[in-house]
Design a protein around this ligand. Sequence first.
Ligand code: ATP
Ligand code: MG
Length: 575
Amino acid sequence: MTNETSAPSDFVRNIVSDDVRAVKNGGQVVTRFPPEPNGYLHIGHAKSVCLNFGVASENGGRCHLRFDDTNPTKEEVEFVDSIQEDVRWLGWNWGEHLYFASDYFESLYEYAVQLIQKGKAYVCDLSPQEIREYRGTLTEPGKDSPYRDRSIEENLTLFEKMRAGNFDEGAHVLRAKIDMASPNVNLRDPVIYRILKASHHRTGDTWCIYPTYDFTHGQSDSIEGVTHSICTLEFEDHRPLYNWFLESLEIFHPQQIEFARLNLSYTVLSKRKLIELVENGHVTGWDDPRMPTLSGLRRRGYTPEAIRNFCDKIGVAKRDTVVELALLEHSIREDLNRRAPRVMGVLRPLRLVIDNYPEGQVEEVDSVNNPEDPSHGSRKIPFSKVVYIEQEDFREDPPKGFYRLSPGREVRLKDAYYVTCVDVIKNETTGEVEELHCTYDPESQGGQTADGRKVRGTSHWVSEAHAIDAEVRLYDTLFADAEPMGVSDHEFEEESNVRPVEHELADHLNPNSLELLTGCKVEPSLATAAPGSTYQFLRQGYFCVDSADSAPGMLVFNRTVPLRDSWARTEKFRG
Ligand code: ATP
Ligand code: MG
């Protein structure tokens, strides 16, 4: 495990610092984060964002934010905006270096024309289905297209007509002329332009032909002078193709370095699958607090610091692994333990009446805001004759090891008094415990008694007359299995390339991922809690005021994580 305070070190950073030392590219470092605006960013993207922006800032370089917006049918302005918001929220800054691949459409068109002129690209009339059939398989070579040997002049004319809108979608494509027998299928004359009569969110109807992702990505990096083009492992097999384009066009050649994408247990990290969850209503939206999206994690109560620490901890390597969700949860606990004020909130209230406490009396007890950090000070909490405690803090027949309240037993009400249970009122028909009666020891204020007697149990509480009502949402994992979709849940989406395998996502969902608690009671200091603010409810975990549904009269809390840290526990065993 990386030490939190040391700067991260990994094979990508080693390559970059070697290049800087060798004064390659004049010693300059330029990276980029290149999302496709076809969904919201998820925690896997955070790994890439932190790597690209981190490497640039550690080397006095710069990192661009570039949208690879080549597929007008799937891309939307909503996604362009949310991606910028999320990168900024993580704490990174691209300065003036915001770019769009669509701004390079004219240059990319020129590059395509150059390839045709060099006899390295041709217009093909095969249908998408035929192109797939001609491509061959991993074990068999492909077959040349009958249109492969068109003359340069004919290709130039046809490509110009494609641009002018003279043909229907699917009538023609432009393909690179490489090698139909290459063992690397990516080199079997890939499609580089297709006709798409779709409006683009930035270029409108200027274009009816669009470059493929493969033809766009590497050239865009080259145009921007990106020195280190850092991407995930599934692009390793595309590197020979990107090299072929750059060498054929004789333009600046960024160095591509591949690293393993983040896989996280109990969830999926693929925009296509996340879109499915949103569109089929399995979650309330991209920012549903159960989603692994940055907007979901933010709404759940995650902080940018916790996510950046998590990214440092997981490191960067070349081997595909699944990171335990417990490590992400450990990172937010570590952060909130330092910053979140402790408060009292009762999730499942049980009424407790103190028979010998004066009717109408209210005392203000003093409570420390954060024992981890005395600079957070303390606050006053009203105490009175009737309080709520947690239902689970009372047992009529206490099992061995249960130290909280039961008939005849004395416990401490946190920061207030010792109370002894003298009577239990039950519902006549259901037999459920409805109310407890206790007596208190007036000499036990603040938890100390005159005779020094000790009690083993302490309960949190909220005064009935001063309590604020709240709704609380408790979350469990979105998926029931640790690896819902297998280790590598990523497939290429480019329409003419490898076809996606369809999985039934819904079958893997955890039916108990959300538990809604109404009628919760929280201490009055929370009346003014701002949306997005986080607290530790004593013994119940870390909670965040929901930014969408919480309102002054009706507080809604999301539980970020319970307190029990399974990662820290296992870490102890690991030594
Ligand atoms: P998805 O499969 O979620 O759609 P993608 O790779 O298609 O992901 P892009 O918008 O193309 O999404 O991703 C932008 C950048 O983020 C790319 O450089 C990509 O490699 C990187 N990235 C995406 N997912 C992960 C991940 N799980 N771990 C690390 N980096 C990732
Ligand atoms: Mg992609």
